[in-house]
Design a protein around this ligand. Structure first.
Ligand code: 6GU
Length: 273
């Protein structure tokens, strides 16, 4: 058996010693959005520290644990706090938690993140339905020996973000009166923010929002055959689009400001997908 699969199975054993909860929907919460997990009907939690060989995040504001419970009647697992490539982990390590949620039985994945807006129609505080992504600026998380037990060597990526789930998200946002933008998310490594010239380049390539996560997790989940959807919280405009300098405090401030609406939307989406 490959080392990577052995590591995954070892992590699964650690989790199964704590809980046998069977999630249907997996949720990954982005910057400033993490306290959603505290609002659900929690049945179990496993701290990343309790899982042997698990990558633990170093970013302030990112908690590190799986939370298991119910959103209305839907059994979910929430990844509260993710790890990022810029922290120095390999892409394989970055997607390990995502893979574990798939192995726990979750067939559906809702990805969220804080992102910079590159589209001139966007305003900080907007939500954006992710319709597609550009991941080719970062290493592919599937590089290395293929884990045949999880999925094929050359997985199709022509519909990473489920059109069916996209329709549910549009409908639920409309019912809640929450305006919803749509667009393409581009993942970069960070940790520095982009220059204005880079932002012009990525905009011309067709990207609407920029961030440091999500696309790699979507690829790993799609590889396993999970059905995926994603929502970005546009916390700020990207470099060169406003007179302001970029900083993480602004990202968290905006995320906090719209957290209530975001939670309402996530609850409706989890229940509806
Ligand atoms: Cl402007 N860039 C990147 N890479 N990530 C972000 C961001 C910008 N705003 C929030 N997250």
């Amino acid at each position: 058996m490959s080392k990577a699969l052995e590591k995954l199975q070892n992590c699964m054993r650690c989790i199964r010693e704590k809980t046998d909860f069977q999630p249907e929907v997996a949720l990954i919460l982005g910057s400033g959005l993490g306290d959603y997990a505290e609002s659900i009907d929690i049945r179990a939690e496993v701290s990343y520290r309790e899982i042997e060989g698990f990558p633990v995040s170093t970013v302030p504001g990112h908690k590190g644990r799986f939370v298991f419970g119910y959103v209305n009647q839907v059994p979910v697992v929430i990844m509260q706090g993710r790890v990022h490539y810029y922290e120095g982990y390999s892409m394989e390590e970055v997607v390990l938690p995502t893979r574990l949620m798939g192995m726990m039985g979750a067939k559906k994945l809702l990805l969220t993140n804080a992102a910079g807006g590159m589209n001139f129609e966007f305003t900080p505080g907007d939500f954006m339905l992710i319709t597609d992504h550009i991941s080719s600026m970062v290493p592919n998380p599937l590089i290395g020996t293929n884990l045949d037990e999880l999925g094929p060597r050359f997985p199709d990526m022509s519909e990473v973000y489920s059109r069916r789930m996209g329709r549910v998200i549009r409908k639920e946002a409309e019912k809640l009166g929450i305006p919803l933008k749509e667009g393409v998310y581009i993942q970069l490594t960070g940790p520095s923010y982009e220059t204005p010239a880079e932002i012009r380049m990525f905009r011309s390539l067709g990207a609407d929002a920029v961030g440091m996560s999500t696309a790699c997790e979507a690829i790993a989940a799609r590889h396993m055959g999970m059905e995926i959807c994603g929502i970005s919280c546009i916390t700020n405009l990207a470099a060169g689009m406003s007179a302001r300098e970029l900083n993480h405090a602004e990202v968290q401030e905006t995320a906090d400001r719209v957290a209530k609406q975001f939670k309402e939307l996530v609850t409706a989406v989890v229940t509806g997908i």
